[in-house]
Design a protein around this ligand. Sequence first.
Ligand code: F3S
Length: 642
Amino acid sequence: MGLTVTEKIIKEHLVVGEMKRGKEIGIKIDQTLTQDSTGTMAYLQFEALGIDRVETKKSLAYIDHNLLQTGPENADDHLYIQSIAKKYGIYYSKAGNGICHQVHLERFGVPGETLLGSDSHTPTCGGVGMLAIGAGGLDVAVAMAGGEYYITMPYIVKVELKGKLRTGVSAKDIILEVLRRYKVKGGLNKVFEYAGEGIKYLTVPERATITNMGAELGSTTSIFPSDEETYRFLKAQGRGRDFTPIEADFDAHYDEVIIIDLDKLEPLIACPHSPDRVVPVSSLNRIKVNQVAIGSCTNSSYMDLMKVAKILEGKTIGEEVSLVISPGSKQVLNMLAQNGALAKLISAGARILESGCGPCIGMGQSPNTDGVSLRTFNRNFKGRSGTPSAKVYLVSPETAAVSALTGYITNPEEYVKDINITMPEKFLINDNLIISPAEKGEDVEIVRGPNIKPFPRNKAMDETIGGKVLIKVGDDITTDHIMPSNAKLLPYRSNIPYLSNYCLIPCDKDFPKRAREFGGGIILAGHNYGQGSSREHAALVPLYLGIKAVIAKSFARIHRQNLINNGILPLIFEKEEDYGRIDVLDELLIKKVLTQMKGNKIIVKNISKDEEYVLLLDVTERQRNILKSGGLLNYIKARSSH
Ligand code: F3S
């Protein structure tokens, strides 16, 4: 039987295990990327591994998240990362060079290679036929040190694209359609592999919009084949030499197949506060818009912004609309500046931000109280914009631009008849903001500002685990809830003690205080706990507060791994109804946990209610040992000392 694109790349990189669906495998990682928000911690962990030089083909450290400098903290972090990069053999992309995923796609993505990034939208590079996966910082640190990365051998969903998109309908609408069908937890342990005649009409940046936002499905990753279109993109980036064709065999086996008829697709919109609350734009009647934000790693490519410039050309944005645009990279911004499109955007009234994440992560441009913000981004979780009462909708650049003009959520098909933007034959190439590492790292001094604090380390697991239930939360709690990230907190990414004052406060403002008062305890959660960003802080901060276990109905993939990497037990209810029997401040006790962990069922006693529940510990042998060791770092250290 033939192989899918995903299987072909996994087969080339398989180090541990067999390619059997649902089983754990270890794969070799060719490239890594970090961004500053998760990077400082990843590099502190890399230092703790005691390796002299990265062992990947290429590793990149980007600065794109924390660009607001309202104090010295961000600038200190940037210097720390820059010095680490120089010392250990990592390329450093300076602030202003752009968003990690956009720049990586432009300058470094290679078809057929593997990429591990400490950011959940790393799958963006799947647009160029790379197996690109988001992970916690420690996993990325281990990959930089030459260690394999472990995943569950994924189930593969074929997304067959038929026909061609109509004018006004875009790649964003394709991924919104997939989210409408699969929802935010529908992609667990799955890879979404795109195929069909429709893909040949999609440029690599359009494909990357789709693979980027595939992260919202909770999937392992998303990927396109590497074909003529991939070659055209790489050649235009001056990297034709990086091209390798990869397509699925005609008799490849897929676990699921879905078909999207592009001719029939219409502009879609994700309503507050989840990327899967997708409806047709045409079904929302005249909702007034206060803010339009165009950019982010999902929709900030040259072609995206050229479309926006064309729609806005010679016009003025609505009187009550604030339009902000953050180009995805220096390359994009530079090209818009050179061809005059930037002037058109400015003329129409757009506020131009620097090339970075900006409003996507709440770093500036928070909407007004109760405001409606229309964004081309990938996430609209409550409060992520920095304004808890804001209603954030996710749309394509076309819908965003047209709505910025009318002042209402508007179907672009009504206004846009022809926006024929083609991919340039040659992009503007200038890598002067990418700093190469030192030939020899020994003499490079690491710069550690006062904001760089040690990170918490767990100890080997005790025979008895217990404590009070400190909080009880519902379904779909995001890492933004667990460890909020906004303009106020992002500068403290390398300062866990400071961040611990804000853990889970969007759910319960007294949680940090309670956790301290009881010396730690247990978190109780519903389905899909920890969805969203890859941020490891959502495990490190609870660890710092003494959390021993999280008991949930189900977990999101990356967060579950981050809990394991930090020695926190991720337990699942065997009977979901038991969730309803446990209350906040109930005292739970797990006796003989090390013995119980030999199997996959763990009995927990609720001392307050004199009841017992059966919990499932769904882990591999390797993960079991990581948990027993008190986390991945202890596990690796113990292995290397043997
Ligand atoms: Fe940045 Fe937002 Fe993407 S924070 S990496 S632009 S999801």
